[in-house]
Design a protein around this ligand. Structure first.
Ligand code: DSN
Length: 418
């Protein structure tokens, strides 16, 4: 019996139920993944107990010899993985990484360009309900109405007109490749710093499956738990000249004591991403997303921009006459976990939406391949075309449960993890 189940059966029972849910469902939320057993062990380690304000060799508390070692290891591995000049591994989330990045680069009231939230951007890219939109003068750019992809010529015109200090590239719900080199040229031309938020695609970038923003951006932020498959947390990479400003912006600028247990987990995850197997994994994510998209298109669904270049697909639920909310709930009842999402020029509210966002990082971590993606696409189409159908959800849920249990889950049913 574990210490937890002995001391707190209530919490132990809830965690056990969550493990079961993660094993029995098909996880298609594009920003979620399964961390390995090694990452989970490091993240749940005794580093939970340690305060370590400051940086290696310059801490405000004693007893940080091992904190220094693990943080230095995480930084060295991040630099090797992404070939950057500088890395700060202390941000506790993507939102905090972005807050620190802005804090390092601009003053309140300064102009920043970012993709608007309803078109695929992130809350921290200037949404009026977020600190970013409250503190800075965000000028939102959009995707092209027809192609639903970034129009670099239009973005250039806007940048030259508005003269932002920072241009943010990198998104939450954009299924196509991002031309960071073109963004870098535009930033240079209008005197801005390019900030890339590569949270969603970091694993693809690490494996060479997506163009890296590092050579073109002054600052790159990323979460560590999405396609990168690490613990929940974030990382900031920068050019050498931005290093001091970034470090000061993280601590003492916006954060207190770093989460050393998560930093230990990040070190493990970066080590895993440096292994050759990770390249195969990231390649498979993209192959699987293409197969899933193909299956959904064959089933008659419309996909925003017509398909995908990365790990992510945005379904236009208008093509089956339902909202994103209805689609998400019907699929949840069938054991398929997704999230509703706005689509460009959505006529519905952000809580209802017309879109459904799907991603393949988690299913790929379970060893699934295009055949499994085709089966998954068929289940999705069946449910979305008949969301209230008699017994449809129950039948699919049973089939999905039997199917899902056949695939190991890193960190849960595979004790060794991958
Ligand atoms: N919640 C994350 C995502 O799903 O993309 C972004 O913060």
């Amino acid at each position: 019996m574990s210490a937890l189940s002995q001391r707190d059966p209530d919490v132990a029972g809830i965690i056990e139920a969550e493990r079961t849910r993660q094993v029995e469902c098909l996880e298609l939320i594009a920003s979620e993944n399964y961390a390995s057993a090694a990452v989970l062990e490091a993240t749940g380690s005794v580093f939970t107990n340690k305060y370590a304000e400051g940086y290696s060799g310059k801490r405000y508390y004693a007893g940080n010899q091992q904190s220094d070692r693990v943080e230095t290891l995480a930084i060295d591995r991040a630099l090797q993985l992404f070939k950057a000049d500088h890395a700060n591994v202390q941000p506790t989330s993507g939102a905090e990484a972005n807050m620190a990045a802005y804090f390092a680069m601009v003053q309140p009231g300064d102009t920043i360009m970012g993709l608007s939230l309803d078109q695929g951007g992130h809350l921290t890219h200037g949404s009026p309900v977020n600190f970013s939109g409250r503190l800075y003068n965000f000028v939102p750019y959009t995707v092209d109405r027809e192609s639903e992809t970034l129009d670099m010529a239009a973005i250039r015109v806007m940048a030259l007109e508005t003269k932002p200090k920072v241009i943010v590239a990198g998104y939450t719900a954009y299924p196509r490749a991002i031309d960071f080199a073109a963004f870098g040229e535009i930033a240079k031309e209008c005197g801005a710093v390019l900030m890339a938020d590569m949270s969603h695609i970091a694993g693809l970038v690490a494996a060479g499956e997506h163009q890296s923003p590092v050579p073109y951006a002054g600052v790159v932020t990323t979460t560590t738990h999405k396609s990168l498959r690490g613990p929940r947390g974030a990382l900031i990479l920068s050019t050498g000249d931005m290093a001091e400003a970034i470090d000061k912006a993280v601590f003492p600028g916006t954060q207190g004591g770093p989460h050393m247990h998560t930093i230990a987990g990040k070190a493990v995850a970066f080590g895993e991403a440096l292994k050759p197997e990770f390249k195969d994994y990231a390649h498979q994510i993209v192959v699987n997303a293409a197969a899933l998209a193909e299956g959904l298109l064959e089933g008659g669904l419309r996909l925003v921009s017509g398909g995908t270049d990365n790990h992510l697909i945005l379904v236009d639920c208008n093509s089956v006459g339902i909202s994103g909310l209805k689609a998400q709930n019907a699929l949840q009842g069938s054991g398929i976990i997704t999230n509703k999402n706005t689509i460009p020029n959505d006529q519905r509210s952000p809580f209802v939406t017309s879109g459904l966002r799907l991603g393949t990082p988690a299913l790929t971590s379970r060893g699934m391949r295009p055949d499994e993606m085709k089966r998954t696409a068929a289940w999705i189409c069946r449910v979305l075309k008949d969301p209230d159908g008699d017994g449809v959800r129950e039948t699919v849920r049973q089939e999905v449960g039997e199917f899902a249990r056949m695939y190991p889950v890193p960190g849960i049913t595979d004790a060794v993890g991958v």
